[in-house]
Design a protein. Structure first.
Lengths: 297, 286
């Protein structure tokens, strides 16, 4: 009986190390960033003597930079995640129609782009997008789509979409992995019943697979969106935000204002906006997954 | 008549369609890496030669000798640093999140959901929003330009995901085992260490892979903590600095990329079953 009494205290002791770490490196810094964002800090972080204002937010909201990067961040997320979902769904469905050996090959392949760190995949794509000897330009020329490869990363509209393409390559894998799990969880009975009823493949996909997969899809899309909204590495490695500021995201501006221009107040305001956007999606995400959180009482 | 096997419940596609699907997926996933690989095998300077070759006409390991040979450019130091950082992060993360997940999944106390959410919601906060205060915090403790300055934050960055994976895993183990162990006179700490941990090998393994991969590729924090000190550089930072310094030497950069990703690609490819299962365990179960 002595053991029973001790259990809550033990649980507390077990939880403390992780909680202290998370508090010190997630919650404390975000509160600190909120404080920074309300002070005028230029090459200094000494905010104690200043009054708190919303000046930085006003300045940010009235700047063209902010709205441009905001639009690009949202565009990047929506277009990128949609294509990742389509390609990931295709790969996951294909994996399920394959014989066991081919299926293992496909699963190994799917893992590879995901495992490559974002900053390194940015470098890989930088070489692929090289104007003179890049693979993408070469393919376009060979297909007869263009006479000469364009300067992919120097033309704003192209650079924007090249980054999205590189991101799609890296993250379609993760989508596929999520969906493979979701497909595996669909009970076989439903398919058998559909087949007995004579459902054709397309009909079966629309009326059986898709509805059963929808919870997985929505969780995967929310999860990916939270990640895409904070994208930094691939931008930093591929274009550095250029040409001009065409491919800056909110995160890359937050980083630049702090570490390159020394405007910690403005940078922190950008950082808080990123946090806010992701927070909204997180609330949706938690409300979706809350059903699972049931443990031994 | 469609041929169907007992345990492969869904009908396969036709042979031709299967091969088409596999080749498309292989091309999609591997083509970028393949192009980097053949570039790394070209002699210096010939990466700019047209027309492009499907396989280099004079393959050479010259680029690899340059970056690993111990001359001016030495990739072995960042590789060593990355191995130290990622292995330490893996062990520490498994310890911290193993304890926390055990408490949440198997011990009796109130406020389970809030404490789980407290740990998980940390991961929602983007690094871009915490980087400046984190930098100041590490400076206060004198951890800038050191490997512990990378190990400690990266450990915490992997705690939310790993805790979640392990909570899902621990919750699956039947509670009768705990009760049996209690009857045998095991104390809670012993149950954790001698009963649950050994039973959770696969769960710990996939969580460990995630921690290793996550810390291997982490860039933003590393770039500000290292502050350009070569002896503390990890692979992603070293590679980026290198590619900016020798920005036209793409045979070298390609060789650097191949060296940096070979180990993690093999790790993930070899253990794809655990990776995919780990990912899906946490997200798809309901």
């Amino acid at each position: 009986m002595k053991v029973e009494v001790r259990e809550p205290i033990l649980a507390l002791l077990f939880l403390i190390p992780a909680c202290i770490g998370v508090a010190a490196l997630y919650y404390y810094p975000i509160v600190q960033t909120l404080i920074y964002s309300m002070h005028d800090l230029h090459y200094t972080l000494d905010w104690i003597k200043q009054p708190a204002t919303l000046q930085n937010y006003l300045e940010v909201l009235h700047s063209a930079n902010f709205w441009q990067s905001f639009r690009y961040t949202v565009y990047f997320t929506v277009i990128g995640v949609s294509f990742q979902l389509l390609i990931g769904l295709g790969m996951a469905l294909a994996a399920f129609g394959l014989s066991p050996v081919l299926r293992i090959i496909v699963r190994v392949m799917i893992v590879i782009p995901w495992v490559i760190p974002p900053i390194i995949s940015a470098m890989i794509w930088k070489w692929l997008f090289n104007t003179d000897v890049g693979l993408i330009g070469y393919i376009l020329v060979r297909c007869g789509l263009v006479a000469y490869p364009p300067a992919f990363l120097s033309i704003p509209i192209l650079a924007k979409h090249c980054i999205i393409l590189a991101d799609i390559w890296k993250w379609s894998s993760l989508m596929a992995m999520f969906l493979i799990g979701g497909l595996a969880a669909i009970p076989q009975d439903i398919y058998d019943a559909a087949e007995v009823d004579g459902a054709r493949p397309w009909f079966r996909f629309r009326k059986v697979t898709l509805p059963a997969l929808l919870p997985t899809i929505s969780v995967a899309v929310l999860f990916r969106s939270m990640d895409a909204l904070r994208t930094f590495d691939i931008i930093y490695g591929l274009t550095g935000g250029g040409p001009g500021t065409a491919t800056e995201t909110l995160s890359s501006f937050a980083y630049k204002f702090c570490f390159e221009y020394g405007k910690f107040g403005i940078g922190s305001a950008y950082a808080m906006v990123v946090f806010l956007l992701i927070g909204i999606i997180a609330v949706l995400y938690v409300s979706r997954i809350q059903g699972v959180l049931r443990f031994r009482k | 008549m469609k041929k169907r096997e007992y345990h492969h419940y869904r009908p396969y596609m036709t042979r031709a369609k299967q091969l088409l699907a596999v080749s498309l997926i292989v091309i999609f996933c591997l083509l970028p890496l393949y192009y980097i690989f053949i570039t790394s095998l070209k002699p210096d300077g010939s990466e700019y030669k047209l027309p492009l070759e499907v396989w280099p006409s004079q393959p050479t390991l010259q680029a690899y000798r340059t970056i690993l040979g111990g001359g001016d450019i030495n990739f072995l130091v960042p590789l060593r640093n990355s191995f130290i950082v990622s292995s330490s992060v893996t062990i520490l993360t498994l310890l911290l999140s193993g304890l926390a997940a055990y408490a949440i999944a198997r011990l009796r106390f109130r406020h389970k959901i809030p404490s789980l959410l407290f740990l998980l919601m940390g991961a929602v906060i983007p690094l871009a929003s915490t980087i400046v205060p984190t930098f100041m915090l590490l400076r206060t403790f004198g951890l800038l330009c050191t490997l512990p300055g990378l190990i400690i934050p990266n450990t915490i960055y992997n705690v939310p995901l790993c805790t979640w994976l392990l909570v899902c895993y621990f919750a699956e183990i039947p509670f009768e085992i705990d009760d049996a162990a209690k009857v045998d006179g095991y104390r809670p700490l012993q149950i954790f260490w001698r009963v649950i941990m050994p039973l959770s090998g696969p769960g710990l393994f996939s969580a460990g892979i995630f921690a290793f991969l996550g810390s291997w590729g982490e860039f933003m924090l590393a770039s500000v903590v290292i502050m350009g000190v070569p002896s503390a550089e990890t692979v992603p930072v070293a590679l980026l600095n290198f590619s900016q310094y020798y920005r036209l030497q793409w045979t070298w950069i390609s060789a650097g990329i191949i060296v940096s990703v070979t180990f993690i690609v093999l790790l993930a490819a070899f253990f794809q079953r655990w990776v995919i299962r780990g990912l899906t365990a946490g997200s798809v179960k309901y």
